[in-house]
Design a protein around this ligand. Structure first.
Ligand code: C5P
Length: 251
């Protein structure tokens, strides 16, 4: 029988599965983009650039206009510090946030425990808690230099399993890793993938890209797209085109 989580996810429209990366450095630009795109997409990703320049104000602005937020700060620190940061992300009302799985099982367990506790105690909505496995910018040689022998793909699956064991909801991963993660961690595990490019589009600096349709067909739950939408002459048309491509892959 399908779990509640599976039922909720299977009902998500492709629009709700599209996350726009707001990698910009000005709140006016955020306001302009979110006003245009809030009815078109499911979430807005606030990463290190925007958060460092504008702080929680960026999150509140998106929420005031009616958008949901994925807070992509990839916390990695001692367990208590990460758990406290996660509590503040929860109090900000973000829909999704992330940590680094390599921060340890204990760090992720402490995060899950504190977020659950604060949601019960303060009657808050529980955010989706994700972990980054191996950054897609790292290759085999980079891992070896930091003392990790073995294949990148094996390290990704090892860290995804650790994330699941800690009770987190899922991972951020390359679309090319989805099949391995899905078979190791099961259908209920949430997979969010950046590195997505529409069929006709510039790859920018992304190396191993996948189209929105192929990513959905591979079994991702949410896709993250930044520049192809944010830098488009018509961001609404760009977002609609990506949703249409996701729909064709989902059939
Ligand atoms: O503009 P683009 O679509 O390449 O943006 C992708 C977003 O996803 C950026 O915010 C980038 O930092 C993030 N990201 C990524 N690859 C990862 C993790 C995050 O591109 N492995």
């Amino acid at each position: 029988m399908a779990s509640n989580l599976e039922l909720v996810r299977s009902r998500l429209s492709m629009r709700e599965r599209l996350i726009v990366a707001l990698d910009v450095d000005h709140l006016e630009h955020v306001k302009q983009l979110v006003r245009l795109l809030a009815p078109e997409v499911g979430m807005f990703k606030v990463g290190k650039q925007l958060f460092t320049c504008a702080g929680p104000q960026a999150v509140r602005l998106i929420q005031e206009i009616g958008g949901e937020v994925f807070l992509d700060l990839k916390f990695h620190d001692i367990p208590t510090t990460v758990a406290k940061a996660a509590v503040e992300a929860t109090r900000l009302g973000v829909k999704m946030f992330n940590v680094h799985a390599s921060g340890s099982l204990e760090m992720m367990r402490a995060t899950v425990k504190e977020v659950h506790r604060i949601c019960r105690q303060e009657k808050r909505r529980q955010p989706i808690m994700l972990a980054v496995t191996v950054l897609t910018s790292l290759n085999q040689d980079d891992l070896k230099r930091v003392g990790v022998d073995g294949k990148v793909a094996d390290q990704v699956v090892r860290l995804a399993l650790l994330t699941k064991e800690a009770g987190m909801d899922g991972v951020v991963a390359s679309p090319h890793e989805v099949t391995d993660i899905r078979s190791a961690c099961g259908r209920r595990f949430i997979i969010v993938t950046p590195g997505i490019r529409p069929v006709a589009g510039n790859r920018n600096d992304q190396q191993r890209v996948m189209t929105p349709g192929d990513a959905v067909a591979a079994g991702v739950d949410y896709i993250v797209v930044g520049r192809p939408i944010v830098e488009a002459k018509d961001p609404v048309a760009a977002a609609r085109e990506i949703v249409a491509e996701m729909e064709s892959g989902g059939r």
